[in-house]
Design a protein around this ligand. Structure first.
Ligand SMILES: Nc1ncnc2c1ncn2[C@@H]1O[C@H](COP(=O)(O)OP(=O)(O)O)[C@@H](O)[C@H]1O
Ligand SMILES: [Mg+2]
Length: 183
């Protein structure tokens, strides 16, 4: 991938699929612009989803698209490479590059045009596209952790940074400190 500058990082534990869905549901209104903090700003944004098979990339993408207002079946794009949806005024593109055999394939397939648009773009396995893929607003790396997942969120743009700043994090992010003498 192109030179990437990390602007902000957050790590949080997602105990079960509900927690993954809850994270997606928080981000969705920030991407569609219905969140009050993002009123008047251009909607859309790009999220890269990294992690091993079964880590929850599609679960997250599905929950985000659903929370953005996509109705009907949301298929995994693992075979078609791309599934697209049109919301009232916004396109959503869900891509999965797992099966890309050559990084140039996604350019040939015309996907590059998609990146120019004001749209919601979710990409699973972005590393498969190689250096030609520009950095996202936000990268979410899901890692197996016990029965749940650890989510590492990294913002690469001001937009992604404002999403992370606006997230209301579960209390686990702020474990109560032990006070000396409490024992
Ligand atoms: N935070 C979580 N903790 C435990 N299991 C999860 C979590 N999020 C999703 N899952 C489960 O893990 C699996 C993820 O599958 P999927 O979303 O297809 O993964 P990927 O797209 O990364 O290959 C699903 O069975 C889902 O129910
Ligand atoms: Mg998947």
């Amino acid at each position: 991938m192109q030179e990437q500058k990390k602007l902000k990082e957050i790590s949080l534990f997602l105990a079960d699929e509900d927690a993954t869905v809850a994270l997606a549901q928080q981000l969705a209104p920030m991407l569609t612009g219905t969140h009050p903090a993002f009123a008047g700003q251009a909607p859309g944004g790009r999220i890269h989803l990294k992690g091993d098979l079964g880590a929850g990339k599609t679960s997250f993408a599905r929950a985000l698209l659903r929370a953005c207002g996509v109705a009907g079946r949301i298929k995994s794009p693992s075979y078609a490479l791309l599934e697209s949806y049109k919301l009232f005024n916004l396109y959503c593109y869900h891509l999965d590059f797992y099966r890309l055999s050559d990084p140039r394939e996604w350019l040939d397939a015309g996907f590059r045009e998609i990146l120019q648009k004001e749209a919601i773009i979710l990409i699973e396995w972005p590393e498969q596209a190689g250096a030609t893929l520009p950095p996202p607003d936000l990268e979410i790396h899901l890692v197996y952790a016990d029965a749940g997942r650890q989510a590492h969120l990294t913002a690469y743009s001001n937009k992604g940074t404002s999403w992370l700043t606006t997230l209301v994090l579960p209390q686990q992010e702020y474990p109560p400190q032990d006070f000396p003498g409490d024992a």
